[in-house]
Design a protein around this ligand. Structure first.
Ligand code: HEM
Length: 166
């Protein structure tokens, strides 16, 4: 059966602009705008953490000066998205769950972290497919971080409620 005009146009658009495979090499790094884009994303993330009422508890876990946290998160996302492995080069291959284990992290602080990041990704105006990819990519480590913290504090791990799926 011949394709109608609208389906044909849609197929052509999808063929000409296929959704990149962000898991492939440095595709996600490039789509984020490389180091410059990641720096702006992280600045926005911490700006939101600094000002959103829901993030007060999360903000209070951080030092007053966010410079170190900013630099480390930029370096981490660079390598993690397929770009230069700046975090591993500068700080070694430390596990995120281990670097966070001394913080008291519960469902609310994890949710605030993910919400600030989701908002920052949206504010950057990234393609929806990239936003979705990054949001679900952050979700896994956020869960491991929370679980390790709960384990360390000898609290029941993820008691009762699991995070709401994004
Ligand atoms: C689950 C909720 C999270 C909370 C409450 C949290 C909180 C924190 C805090 C308080 C610091 C210390 C900042 C400083 O001392 O300057 C930190 C560091 C850091 N966070 Fe998180 N974080 C969370 C999730 C994440 C996620 C999902 C990632 C990345 C995927 C991440 C990446 C980092 C990195 C790379 C550092 C620097 C670690 C280092 O000291 O080398 N965090 N975080």
């Amino acid at each position: 059966m011949p394709m109608d005009k609208q389906s044909l146009e849609q197929t052509l658009t999808e063929t000409q602009n296929p959704t990149p495979n962000y898991n492939d090499g440095d595709q996600a790094y490039k789509a984020l705008g490389e180091l410059d884009g990641i720096t702006r994303l992280v600045n926005r993330f911490y700006e939101l953490m600094d000002s959103e009422p829901h993030a007060r508890e999360l903000r209070d876990m951080h030092p007053a000066d966010l410079t170190g946290a900013r630099n480390k998160l930029v370096a981490f996302i660079s390598g993690w998205s397929g770009g230069p492995a700046l975090y591993a080069e500068r700080y070694g291959g430390r596990s995120l769950a281990m670097t966070h284990k001394h913080f008291i992290i519960d469902n609310d602080t994890t949710r605030s972290w993910l919400d600030c990041m989701q908002q920052a990704l949206a504010d950057m105006g990234y393609e929806p497919a990239l936003q979705e990819y990054m949001n679900s990519k952050f979700y896994g480590p956020a869960q491991s971080i929370q679980m390790m913290s709960e384990f360390e504090q000898n609290r029941p791990v993820m008691k009762g409620s699991y995070h709401d799926p994004l």
